[in-house]
Design a binder for this molecule. Structure first.
Ligand code: ACO
Length: 375
């Protein structure tokens, strides 16, 4: 058969050009629009990073103030979307609620009928602003608690924790969540972003593109891994149990969640920062149990399988200390990655070509149809 250049899983295939995000998988560097994500995590806020991804430069103080205000002013959900969140079955996984709520928000968006650039930017603002409100509302509603209205005076990360828990979060927690949101904001052509761009490239609307992306992020090989890591840590239970638990998983050829990456062949720079924050927060909490278990898992998997921890490995430990339940971890990822998804969709619309690859056909080619009674 002629060489079609087929690569399983599209590994290392360059599918498009983009100005948004660069990953150096050998050096372990992640760059948004020229800035190192670790530098941004230390010196910028999530709102500044959203602006950077959309507009290509960091905002000055006045522009930032106006942008923060615009995001804060758009946090309230359409009553029909709030209604959906209140009546959807309480055992629905939060990622399914998010996928449904995002799709429904598209129906009620005041710019639903417009594909012009300014309208698409306004829709992107609403998506970034409202995903935290959707998720906090669902968490409160499924627990029979009153839904808390967004506080326009709080930054996005802090406001999410407020709406979720009904308590003003510790400064350390608000800062840690903001940092985590920055580190998850974009990651080149990861699976969910690719989904979003494929949908946008048909000139379908931005809500359809983001609905595709949410569905893709949900899978345990992608964003869903952060939830599975914490379930593994709980299942392992004690430090003594780490090696035997992992040996059994290796024996059964099960993948260890939170390890390995298609692009990074060294430390994932996001995991390095999240590890440090997890350690600091655990110290502040006065409880190192989970962190120590994570460290023991990372050491043993590194030693036995030569795999590095990825972004999903430490994030859950932070989220749990903030009072976020395990099945909300992947929605928190979406709350951040919506920045990158929308930036990619806007970039796709600006210079669009339908994304339509080929398949290498491996089936028969010359069968003939027998009448049904002779098959
Ligand atoms: N545990 C055990 N073995 C692993 C792991 C892992 N986490 N990751 C990779 N390997 C092994 C595979 O079994 C395979 O071994 P083999 O060649 O002997 O069969 C080899 O390493 C290559 O793995 P692939 O799955 O082919 O690598 P791919 O690039 O397709 O997948 C992925 C990357 C999906 C991230 C993979 O490493 C994985 O499944 N990790 C666990 C899930 C996870 O943490 N996902 C989050 C990724 S980050 C993100 O999406 C935000």
């Amino acid at each position: 058969m002629a060489d079609t250049g087929f690569k399983a899983g599209l590994e290392d295939v360059v599918a498009l050009t983009s100005d948004l995000c660069f990953i150096d998988g050998k050096e372990g560097r992640l760059v948004y629009r020229g800035y190192d994500a670790v530098d941004l995590a230390e010196h910028a806020t999530f709102e500044e990073v959203v602006f950077l991804l959309w507009h290509g430069s960091l905002p000055d103080a006045k522009t930032l103030l106006a942008f923060q205000q615009e995001l804060a002013d758009n946090r309230t959900l359409n009553p029909s979307v709030s209604g959906l969140i209140s009546w959807i079955p309480k055992n629905t996984p939060p990622m399914d609620v998010l996928r449904t709520a995002v799709s429904m928000a598209g129906v009620y968006d005041p710019d639903a009928d417009s594909m012009d650039r300014a309208a698409n930017h306004r829709k992107a603002v609403r998506l970034v602003a409202q995903i935290p409100t959707m998720m906090a509302a669902y968490e409160r509603s499924r627990n029979g608690q009153d839904v808390i209205a967004p506080d326009p005076d709080l930054p996005l990360a802090e406001n999410f924790l407020w709406m979720l828990t009904g308590k003003r979060p510790l400064a350390q927690h608000a800062k840690a969540l903001d940092t985590s949101l920055i580190l998850h904001a974009d990651h080149e052509l990861n699976a969910s972003t690719f989904s979003a761009r494929v949908t946008a490239a048909t000139l379908s609307d931005i809500y359809s593109a983001i609905t595709s992306a949410v569905g893709t992020l949900k899978g345990p090989l992608h964003g869903g891994a952060n939830e599975q890591v914490m379930r593994m840590v709980d299942d392992i239970g004690t430090l003594d149990n780490v090696q035997s638990w992992l040996d059994q998983a290796f024996e059964a050829k099960r993948k260890i969640m939170g390890f390995g990456h298609r692009v990074y062949k060294t430390d994932d720079p996001r995991a390095v920062v999240l590890r440090r924050i997890s350690q600091e927060m655990s110290k502040s909490e006065g409880n190192m149990d989970v962190f120590e278990r994570l460290e023991a898992i990372a050491a043993y998997v590194g030693d036995q399988k030569h795999l590095h921890a990825n972004v999903d490995f430490y994030s859950g430990s932070l989220y749990r200390m903030m009072g976020i339940p395990i099945d909300m971890f992947t929605p928190v990822f979406a709350m951040s990655r919506i920045a990158g998804w929308t930036a990619h969709v806007l970039e796709q619309y600006d210079d669009n070509r339908l994304i339509r690859p080929r398949a290498e056909y491996t089936g028969p080619t010359h069968l003939t149809v027998k009448p049904v009674d002779q098959r």
